[in-house]
Design a binder for this molecule. Structure first.
Ligand code: C2E
Ligand code: MG
Ligand code: MG
Length: 327
């Protein structure tokens, strides 16, 4: 590591150089190709937190795909054939009622086919496209809320936000989308992962407070994966905690795993949060969670994320009194 110390100003700059290698054939490889593969090798070496690395075809493929997804997403935002939201219901574990659902983004790329959000969301979240993506989902979700209201249904929707979305004017933008479609704030919930909430500053906390003051719900997503301290969580104005699916899947493994989930539920209740279990796949887990006092559940047992029309059908059936599994 190179360290340059500016003694007078007391500011310490550190530069970490990375050395990467790539092969080329003189007279055959183009300079542009050579530079691109070198840049790919440098990025991969940095990503692995190493100091020395070499170009590899598989890393290069990943790098090119990332670049392509970033490049193609702006067109997807304008193409109704490419992006859509699907909805996964949240079921009240005691009554079986459906009170809300989560909006999840889907991308059907014209050449690459369906791309999983677990692949494209992390790439976009770290780019200038993070807000356009969330804004797109927010718009679709609020339109759906407005359509339900017109039909007399008081359903809530939650939308996943990235930490980078909590920019300067985010509260005003959200309020303006809601006002445009005449949807009350109380029907919208924002999900932020525990990990992303932990990196946040006092300014971000102030924004979260404002959102909650306006009546918008706030949920901690993937709870249990971020190792956040309880004193930190206590300062967040959240109303819902979504226990990560890894803990729910482990419920069948034994009493230690069950005790852990039980304590997460008790603790969350003591702090005044409503608890949602994510990723419920089997009836035994749903029953165990209900006995433990978990408020709501989401998972393939009740329904996979559904296309809008299928969700309407599922919801109508649920209102008629039967929360049938369509998974
Ligand atoms: P998440 O917000 O925790 O969403 C829950 C994920 O678990 C969804 O995956 C859902 O399909 C899946 N899931 C639900 N129930 C079950 C189950 O019983 N078993 C299993 N194995 N999986 C279940 P999906 O739709 O692939 O989304 C993955 C992640 O991508 C989301 O995790 C979220 O972090 C992100 N994501 C999806 N849509 C958006 C979006 O619009 N904006 C942002 N920022 N992130 C999004
Ligand atoms: Mg979520
Ligand atoms: Mg989650």
């Amino acid at each position: 590591m190179l360290e340059i110390e500016l003694v007078e100003s007391q500011i310490k700059y550190s530069v970490t150089p990375v050395c990467a290698m790539t092969g080329f054939e003189p007279g055959l490889s183009s300079p542009a190709d050579c530079l691109r593969s070198l840049s790919s090798a440098v990025q991969e070496t940095r990503a692995r937190e190493q100091n020395i690395g070499a170009f590899s075809d598989s890393h290069d493929l990943k790098y090119r795909r990332t670049f392509r997804l970033l490049n193609d997403f702006p067109a997807a935002l304008l193409d109704p054939e490419q992006l859509r939201i699907v909805l996964q219901p949240r079921v009240d574990l005691s009554s079986g009622e459906i009170r809300s659902a989560e909006a999840l983004l889907r991308w059907q790329h014209p050449r690459l086919g369906p791309i999983s959000p677990t692949e494209f969301v992390p790439i976009l979240e770290n780019s200038g496209l993070a807000w356009p993506m969330t804004r797109w989902v927010l718009d679709k979700a609020v339109r759906q809320l407005s359509a339900w209201r017109a039909q007399g249904f008081a359903m809530k929707l939650s939308v996943n936000f990235a930490a980078s979305n909590l920019k300067e004017d985010v509260v005003e933008e959200i309020l303006s989308v809601l006002a445009q479609h005449d949807v009350p704030c109380s029907l919208l919930e924002i999900e932020l992962t525990e990990g992303s909430l932990m990196q946040n500053s006092a300014q971000v906390l102030a924004k979260l407070d404002r959102l909650v003051e306006c009546g918008i719900g706030l949920a901690i997503d993937d709870f249990g994966t971020g190792y956040s301290s309880l004193s930190y969580l206590q300062r967040l104005p959240v109303s819902v905690v979504k226990i990560d699916q890894s803990f729910i899947r482990a419920l069948g493994d034994g009493s230690r795993e069950q005790k852990l989930v039980h304590s997460m539920i008790k603790l969350s209740h003591e702090m005044g949060y409503r608890v949602v279990a994510e990723g419920i796949e089997v009836p035994e887990a749903a029953e165990l969670l209900r006995v433990m006092g978990c408020d709501e559940g989401q998972g393939y047992l009740f329904a996979r994320p559904l296309e809008l029309e299928a969700f309407d059908h599922f919801y109508r059936k649920a209102i008629e009194g039967s929360v049938a599994s369509v998974a």
